[in-house]
Design a protein around this ligand. Structure first.
Ligand code: F6P
Length: 319
């Protein structure tokens, strides 16, 4: 059986260990492994090659993805999906393992329905925003990059009387901001999933300043698009000189953590087993500390919700 692996959408750390496992587990299971380079764009353009052991040696510690990724607009058009399918057929590829987010799974589901190509999806995005799974590959590495950055910023913050506003990625999802704020002892955490009250924070912060507080760390999710406003708010309402750090794409890189390396291995083994067992449910999920499968339609028709208990833990950073 010929099976290909592809990365689609925003890359993340953990993709390379997953690709390594893909090749190694394929050989173990007598599967002929293929790489689709450049995501859906590469599928359309036929950037497909048979994978060898040597392709995956020395990659486990590297961030990003050796087979690269893309966001494809062309894939929305049927003529390009047909072209993509024909490229797969030429190589006799019967199934594709896709590492990406729910948009990528949706694209593969459409391809499956139109042309009867099987696929398995592995949630892989630093945003951790895929419905049905508690964990998406790459999130732990991104959280550790953020933690390291906040720790560094705290060093300078503690040496000056300043407020530091740190903007995290996550697209529409506040997961990275919430977990980072909780685990770095921030004073403020603003995410799209929870309401916040700047007036009550102002009163609280002013009381704390009287008692000796001399710096602030505020974590703001990019989804809110208010990071600059919050920086100005610290200057105007709290009376603290302030600085804004937009962490940006550094959150997408870095050597995968041990957790992401292990998760990559598990996710990929389940993905290939799912294909070999002809599973109806094609998305591999990690829920309540167990791996399983969920239907890709269920994933695309539902929205990921942040854990309410986690939001509750951070309430004092919002009001
Ligand atoms: O989905 C991953 C992600 O890094 C988001 O957190 C972010 O909003 C977006 O991708 C950035 O996209 P791009 O790399 O296309 O600028």
């Amino acid at each position: 059986m010929n099976i290909a692996v592809m990365c689609s959408g925003g890359d993340c750390s953990g993709m390379n260990p997953a690709i390594k496992r893909f090749v190694e587990y394929s050989f173990e299971k007598n599967i002929k492994p293929f790489f689709i380079y450049d995501g859906l764009e590469g599928m359309i353009d036929g950037h497909i090659k048979e994978a060898e052991y040597t392709d995956v040696s020395g990659i486990i510690h590297r961030g990003g993805t050796i087979i690269r990724s893309s966001r494809s607009k062309r894939f929305y058009e049927k003529k390009y999906r047909k072209q993509a399918f024909e490229n797969l057929k030429k190589k006799e590829i019967e199934a594709v393992v896709v590492l990406g987010g729910d948009g990528s799974f949706k694209a593969c589901q459409i391809l499956k329905e139109e042309f009867e190509i099987n696929f398995a999806g592995i949630p892989a995005t630093i945003d951790n925003d895929v419905y049905g799974t508690d964990y998406c590959l790459g999130t732990d590495t991104a959280l550790n990059v953020i933690r390291h950055s906040i720790d560094n910023i705290r060093d300078t913050a503690a040496s000056f009387s300043r407020a530091f506003v740190i903007e995290t990625m996550g697209r529409e999802c506040g997961y990275l901001a919430l977990i980072s704020a909780l685990t770095s002892g921030a004073e403020m955490c603003l995410i799209p999933e929870a309401s916040y009250d700047l007036n009550s924070l102002e009163k609280k912060f002013k009381k704390e300043i009287k008692k000796g507080r001399n710096y602030f760390i505020a974590i703001v999710s990019e989804a809110l698009k208010i990071s600059e406003d919050i920086k100005n708010w610290f200057e105007e309402k709290i009376g603290f000189e302030s600085r804004l750090t937009i962490l940006g794409h550094i959150q997408r890189g870095g050597s995968p953590t041990i957790f992401d390396r292990l998760m990559a291995y598990e996710f990929m083994s389940f993905a290939l087993d799912g294909i070999l067992n002809k599973n109806e449910d094609t998305i591999v999920v990690y829920k309540n500390r167990k791996f399983g499968y969920i239907n890709s339609k269920e994933v695309s028709e539902n929205r990921y919700q942040l854990d309410k208990n986690m939001i509750l833990l951070a309430k004092n950073m919002m009001k």
